[in-house]
Design a protein around this ligand. Structure first.
Ligand code: AHG
Ligand code: MN
Ligand code: MN
Length: 339
């Protein structure tokens, strides 16, 4: 064989890479409590996300775009059909998986008990993030956060299991259904990204040890609300514009966050006149994203303190969110202090 043929054959037979399953297996001993249950739970999440991914890709063909017509969710926001479908898929996967005793979801007011009271974990989930983008083929996502329960195994999970605080998360992740689908995960030892290979039906490790650049060129917020933002935030945004930074806002937290994680940037969802607590939900939007940001070297705060240090008081509480590259968050905080 000539050298060229050998190289061509070697290229054709390149290894596929590490699947999410193998990664989880290899790292299991590094997981808190390493009993295999968390690994299984992560596999259940991945499986549900593959099903959602399939449904999103077929959405336009299957009459599952548009509003669900059943009214509003607990946030008073219109439910889209895919919000409802994704919610059902994740709940079913977690019930069948057996590792979760209860979960909370953006789409349900109360705690959902799975019937597996012997299970050790609880999950908080935003099944479909960025629902206003579903109908227009723009990136959407899923966000999740995992805790070890604090109530005794065998009993029914309670509010206390969900109100442990962000620093108690044992794992968090998101799935971005974008130009490709990627699952980004932390178990408290850095952040890794796994790109979905459609043909194999597997997530493959594509972004090991993700680190967020300390600063970047991007700021992301709903600029239409600027006049309502706190004065120091307005001042910060003015500075971003004076410095000719790039404004990028998709309106799906997962997609905006992911871009800024890779490229460097800041995402802001401050309190507004209409939403004095901010818009985003602490337990299943802010906490998991903050955990991932910190594990990647970024920062997340509410303008006063670290997101992860906020003491939670209710399942669906909201919080302002400033998240992204550490230098940019520091600068914003500096302005607030001088504000
Ligand atoms: P969800 O679709 O889960 O309700 O979340 C939407 C959130 C978030 O993803 C996004 O960044 C923000 O709402 C967009 O809000 P505005 O339309 O007010 O900018
Ligand atoms: Mn959301
Ligand atoms: Mn949602």
């Amino acid at each position: 064989m000539t050298m060229n043929v050998q190289t061509a054959l070697a290229n054709l037979a390149l290894p596929v890479g590490t699947t999410l399953d193998r990664y989880i297996m290899q790292r299991q001993t590094a997981f808190p409590y390493a009993t295999g249950e968390l690994s299984q739970l992560l596999r259940d999440m991945a499986l549900a996300s593959k099903i959602i991914n399939r449904e999103i890709n077929r959405a336009g063909l299957m009459d599952i775009t548009g509003s669900a017509g059943s009214g509003n969710n607990v946030q008073g926001e219109t439910q889209q059909k895919l919000d409802v479908v994704a919610n059902i898929r994740f709940i079913r996967a977690l019930k069948n998986g057996g590792e979760v005793c209860a979960l909370i979801s953006e789409e349900d007011e109360d705690i959902i008990h799975t019937g597996n009271d012997n299970a050790k974990y609880v999950v908080a989930i935003d099944p479909l993030d960025g629902s206003s983008n579903i109908d227009v083929n723009v990136s959407i996502g899923t966000i999740f956060s995992i805790y070890r329960r604090i109530t005794p195994v065998g009993s029914k999970a309670t509010l206390a299991d969900f109100l442990q605080g962000g620093d108690q998360q044992v794992a968090a992740g998101y799935i971005l259904y974008g130009s490709s689908t990627i699952l980004v995960l932390t178990t408290g030892e850095g952040v890794s990204g796994f790109t979905y290979d459609n043909s194999l039906g597997e997530y493959i490790l594509s972004h090991p040890n993700l680190r967020q650049p300390r600063a970047g060129q991007i700021f992301s917020c709903n600029d239409g609300n600027e006049a309502d933002y706190p004065i120091p935030v307005q001042a910060y945004l003015r500075q971003c514009k004076q410095q000719r930074l790039t404004g990028r806002y998709i309106g799906s937290l997962v997609a905006d966050f992911h871009r800024n994680l890779i490229k460097g940037g800041i995402y802001l969802y401050p309190q507004t006149a209409r939403l004095p607590e901010g818009k985003l939900r602490l337990l299943y939007e802010c906490y998991p994203m903050a955990f991932i940001a910190e594990q990647a070297g970024g920062r997340a705060c509410n303008g006063e303190q670290r997101i992860l240090a906020i003491a939670p008081t209710s399942l669906h509480q909201r919080s302002p969110l400033f998240i992204g590259s550490s230098d940019m968050i520091n600068q914003l905080n500096g302005m607030s202090l001088n504000g």
